[in-house]
Design a protein around this ligand. Structure first.
Ligand code: F6P
Length: 369
């Protein structure tokens, strides 16, 4: 019997989700499956908000940001009885395959939905596609949306650098990333920032203020014209930017004679949700397409509980991950292993988390003051 496969996008939207929806729809249909869009993530599964997906529905979405299916965060999905309701709606429609496109929370929901103990004899194969601008999912080199978000940050910081240079100012630019500093670290390298602040460093508020002040004074002591300072701060560094600015100004006044301190101006910019929007980059279109291709083929083959992953940055044991025949750049990784390793990554305990925390300094030694 032909498969009936649902697709949902969940959690924070990420540029490139539409590319994944498009590829899953087209590949699934080319293999004889009926494809359905589930609207507003797990919420649509609960409300039975399901629409057929035809090639014409996805023909022109590749270049669009956001997600045509809509997205939501559905906190109640961690309750067993709520998941039972979702499974009943899937069963009613004969949907026996599900592609979940989203981040950590969304894939946790997917794994619980497909838990064999909860499923009983209901046929349901689930595959995850990693999509989150934060790049906080483990066992995939990149998630969908990261590349576009990074390009947005770089474009914004290039503009900020122009005005910062004109006025010899210090800018603290806050970027999204929830608890993960990946966007701040990598954008800092791409922008040529003077300092990156990220939660993985575990620095105290005092130490962070010192870091900024030292950076400002060092930059201003260098010969030459450039006295502007760009500091990229991850939102996961739990100090509000206005408070940080006030502390920096105070510390500068402590360190310098009044006249000198008043000549140093600090400004803050919070990029916020701007970082999540916009047309997906070419790479995100490609990544969304390739990962979704692999995920839908896994579901078609009745493989369940896996996430399509991109170039895993660590050696993966054969019982955790297999390289895909359909695309040798993609892997199918065990979802349980993904989520366990993600916990270690977010807690800063995994080798990858430690490497990421040091990578900025290693790659940009000139920035070490
Ligand atoms: O997870 C993606 C993300 O954009 C995070 O970087 C950010 O902390 C969060 O979502 C914001 O969520 P919301 O859009 O629900 O405010």
């Amino acid at each position: 019997m032909a498969k009936r496969i649902g697709i949902l996008t969940s959690g924070g939207d990420a540029p490139g989700m539409n590319a994944a929806i498009r590829a899953a729809t087209l590949v699934g249909r080319s293999q004889g499956a009926e494809m359905f869009g589930i609207e507003r993530g797990y919420r649509g599964l609960l409300d039975d908000s399901v629409v057929p997906l035809m090639p014409a529905d996805v023909a022109r979405i590749l270049r669009e940001g956001g997600t045509i299916l809509g997205s939501a965060r559905c906190k109640e999905f961690h309750r067993r009885e709520v998941r039972d309701g979702a499974r009943a709606n899937l069963a009613k429609r004969g949907i026996d395959g599900l592609i979940v496109i989203g981040g950590n929370g969304s894939l946790t929901g997917a794994m619980k939905l497909a838990d064999p103990e909860e499923l009983g004899d209901q046929p349901l194969a689930i595959a995850g596609v990693p999509a989150s601008i934060d790049n906080d999912l483990a066992l995939t080199g990149l998630s969908i949306g990261v590349d576009t978000a990074m390009n947005t940050i770089v474009e914004a910081c290039d503009k900020i650098a122009d005005t910062a240079t004109a006025h010899d100012r210090t800018f603290i630019v806050e970027v999204m990333g929830r608890d993960c500093g990946y966007l701040a670290m990598t954008a800092a390298i791409a922008v040529g920032a003077d300092l990156a602040l990220f939660p993985e460093s575990g620095r105290s508020e005092d130490a962070i203020v010192d870091q900024i002040v030292d950076t400002v004074l060092t930059v201003r002591s260098r010969p030459g014209r450039t006295r502007r300072v760009i500091v990229i701060k991850a939102e996961g560094v739990a100090i509000a930017v206005d408070r940080l600015k006030a502390q920096v100004d105070l510390r500068l006044r402590d360190k310098l004679p009044d006249a000198d301190a008043s000549g140093i101006e600090t400004r803050v910019t919070v990029l916020g949700h701007v970082v999540r929007g916009g047309r997906p980059s070419a790479f995100d279109r490609l990544l969304g397409s390739r990962l979704a291709n692999v995920a839908v083929r896994a579901v078609l083959a009745d493989t369940t509980g896996k996430m399509a992953a991109w170039l895993p940055p660590v050696e993966l044991a054969p019982d955790v991950a297999v390289r895909c025949a359909a695309d040798p750049y993609c892997w199918l990784v065990d979802l349980t292993a993904v989520l366990a390793e993600t916990d270690r990554l977010l807690a800063g305990h995994s080798p990858l988390a430690r490497w990421r925390a040091g990578a900025f300094d290693d790659i940009e030694p000139a920035l070490r003051l």
